[in-house]
Design a protein around this ligand. Structure first.
Ligand code: ADP
Ligand code: ASP
Ligand code: MG
Length: 423
């Protein structure tokens, strides 16, 4: 029996009962003969609550202190989980990300893992312990400061440890039974997917299906770590994410894998930009220097009479303030007229490797949105994804319409959501 890494999300450990339930499940895996390393998230909505607390104290909290605060959430759950396991008569030790050897770069609030040196974890499990690691955090290689990996980052911790420890599988336990063809909180008729490729999962995750974080899927693909996404509330088999399906994994030969939506982005429009070479470069250099990641970009046709154009782009809402401030500061050198900020948008994406070879997918997508009365504001595509930006109010309606139009609705059981607040 090999080593398994199990990750439990916040809704699985939302209260003392949840922690005890998860402890039993972990002990089962140990009794089955596995070496077990567990990665745990903060309890319930603790991270959101800590963020709100920080905002009450300071409008723009310093990155270093913000990370120090947020990592406290995972330290609470790791210690409680280790205690619960011990009270079931098994040995367990908890470790912070830093103690577990999760080494990152120095970008606070969204650090990247650059190395994992899990010597202490290896020693602990070799001595017969169940090792419990605080997710979502590490220590910077240069400043030795505590960092966090960005929202949902415990998924990445789990896969990174699984790769470093050469685990046979990384199990991600959450509050739904696996990866579905759409968010089960929005589409009750979403279908559970038995197996999905890294490629399709990467696009779904990047498009907002937060059941797995896209960095975690990227990492798993690079190190070829199979992921099993499943519920910590049911005993059901979940969704396997890997390069190739195994014999017992059903592959749906559907053109479309799923519909994803994302309401975490905002749109900035730079109004009245001189239509000449170098302007877009100057705008996006300013944004890049502020360490803000952007997603979709469009430039309107220039109004011939004025020689001016508008450039719009989307970015995480959480970085809106930083981007606006940076652009305002560069206004005199870039030379645009004004900025517009819109955080009432949603992105809806259709994902599937089958669309490469099937004509009509884009047409079908736009028809479904139009039939549902949803207006499209921006469009972007990749080989296996089409995304549009719409009004935030339209999102649920649009996702359901597209899901039905592509024949993804299940005709049997409704998708179950076991816990969580959907925050
Ligand atoms: P955890 O706290 O376990 O990390 P998350 O809230 O981050 O859980 O992720 C699980 C949630 O992801 C589900 O409750 C569901 O609402 C949402 N979700 C979005 N898209 C999908 C999808 N395609 N399949 C399953 N869940 C999805
Ligand atoms: N607790 C962190 C968050 O809420 C990390 C995680 O849950 O993965 O984003
Ligand atoms: Mg998550």
């Amino acid at each position: 029996m090999g080593l398994v890494v199990q990750k439990y999300g916040g809704s699985s450990v939302a209260d003392a009962e949840g922690i005890k339930r998860v402890a039993k499940r972990i002990v089962e895996a140990k009794k089955n003969g596995h070496q077990v390393v567990v990665v745990v998230s903060a309890m319930g909505d603790t991270t959101d609550e800590l963020i709100e607390l920080a905002e009450q104290v300071s409008p723009m909290p310093a990155g270093r202190e913000f990370d120090m605060l947020l990592t406290a959430g995972e330290r609470i759950s790791m210690a409680l989980l280790a205690m619960a396991i011990k009270s079931l008569g098994h040995q367990a030790q908890s470790f912070t990300g830093s103690q577990a050897g999760v080494i990152t770069d120095s970008v606070h609030n969204k650090a990247r893992i650059i190395d994992v040196t899990p010597g202490r974890i290896r020693t602990s499990i070799d001595e017969g312990n169940i090792a419990i690691v605080a997710g979502f955090q590490g220590v910077s290689q240069e400043g030795k400061n505590i960092t966090t990996l960005g929202r949902g980052g415990s998924d990445t911790t789990a896969v990174a440890l699984a790769a470093a420890l050469d685990a046979e599988v990384c199990e991600i336990y959450t509050d739904v039974d696996g990866v579905f063809t759409a968010d089960p909180r929005v589409v009750k008729k979403a279908k559970k997917i038995d197996w999905i490729s890294f490629e399709d999962m990467l696009e779904l995750a990047a498009s907002g299906s937060k059941v797995l974080l896209h960095r975690c899927v990227e990492y798993a693909r690079r190190y070829n770590i199979p992921i099993h996404v499943r519920s910590s509330f049911s005993g059901l088999r979940g969704t396997w994410v890997s390069n190739e399906p195994r014999g017992d994994q059903q592959v749906e030969h559907a053109i479309i894998s799923g519909v994803a939506h994302d309401v975490s982005e905002a749109k900035i429009t730079v109004v009245g930009v001189p239509d000449k070479p170098g302007e877009a470069a100057a705008i996006f250099r300013t944004i890049a220097d502020a360490e803000v990641n952007i997603d979709m970009v469009v430039q309107n046709v220039s109004a011939a009479s004025t020689g001016l154009t508008d450039i719009s782009f989307t970015l995480p809402k959480a970085e809106g303030r930083k981007a606006i401030d940076a652009l305002e500061r560069s206004k005199p050198t870039i030379g645009f007229e004004s900025l517009r900020y819109d955080d009432q948008i949603a992105k809806i994406s259709l994902v599937g490797a089958g669309m490469k070879t099937n004509p009509g997918v884009t047409a079908g997508f736009f028809e479904a949105l139009s039939d549902a009365g949803v207006n499209i504001e921006l469009i972007s595509t990749s080989e296996i994804r089409i995304s549009v930006v719409t009004r935030a109010d339209d999102v649920n309606n649009a996702v359901r319409a597209v899901h039905s139009a592509f024949g993804l609705d299940s005709d049997s059981d409704e998708a179950v959501v076991y816990g969580g607040t959907g925050r």
